[in-house]
Design a protein around this ligand. Structure first.
Ligand SMILES: [Zn+2]
Length: 240
């Protein structure tokens, strides 16, 4: 998606910081966006891309010192598609090599698909690759909170794009942030024609998301959403 490179790292990725806790890195090529949420010694990585370009993201984290002093990272997947989970195991390895403890977290449905390595749902073959199944230690339900240092992110199960799709809501006292995965983007909604997708479920999920006050919507692909409710109103009209 506009990345201009030849066989190596792109010339320039400009991360977007939402101080003091959040860093957005736009995904290269087919990759999902990759987010880092940090508080003290704890950090959360939200989605990991296909695993093809992961070194570009770690280069930014390491080069800019975003992980300096971090002792534990939770890798959370917004849903079970390969372009969001393909980098899970390679990122775990990279972090562990630096002495950082890693755990995986996802909604229970997504976690089960990842543990089974269900390629009929993960769709790794779309990318000519295979997903390496792994245990997901933290299986979350709607309404659970995911803790990162002193931060608490609310887990919202928002099925529709896939059965396990979920969003994370963070109010860190300065910004209200919603990480949306492929449930809603700037100007578009996630497709519902893939395995376990359901149009009616997506509509219900979007209606629920519209009840939140959000300063930054951070989707799985593309740029961030500034006008949260206007954006939702606009994209929901297309579902009628
Ligand atoms: Zn997806």
């Amino acid at each position: 998606m506009g990345a201009n490179y030849t066989g190596g790292l792109p010339n320039k990725i400009i991360p977007i910081e939402v101080p003091p806790h959040v860093l957005m890195v736009r995904g290269i090529g087919w990759d999902s966006n990759v987010y880092l949420v940090r508080d003290g010694e704890e950090a959360l990585v939200i989605d990991t891309g296909t695993g093809v370009n992961w070194h570009a993201y770690t280069k930014i984290w390491e080069g800019e010192g975003y992980l300096t002093g971090v002792e534990h990272v939770t890798i959370f997947n917004t849903h079970e598609h390969f372009d969001h989970v393909g980098g899970n195991t390679v990122l775990r390895r990279w972090l562990e090599e630096r002495g950082i403890k890693v755990s995986f977290a996802a909604h229970r449905i997504t976690a089960d698909v990842l543990e089974r390595g269900d390629d009929g749902i993960i769709l790794s073959y779309f990318y000519g690759r295979r997903f390496e199944p792994h245990p997901v230690g933290l299986k979350l339900d709607d309404g659970d909170t995911l803790k990162v240092g002193s931060l608490e992110l609310l887990v919202l199960h928002t099925p529709g794009h896939t059965a396990g799709s979920s969003c994370l809501y963070l109010d860190d006292g300065r910004h209200r942030i919603m990480f949306t995965g492929d449930t809603v983007f700037k100007g578009a909604v996630g497709r519902t024609d893939l395995p376990t997708g359901e149009g009616w479920a997506l509509r219900e999920s979007l209606e629920r998301l519209a009840e939140f006050d959000v300063d930054f919507g951070f989707p799985g692909h593309g740029g961030y959403i500034k006008d949260w409710k206007e954006n939702l109103n606009e994209v929901m009209r297309w579902l009628l």
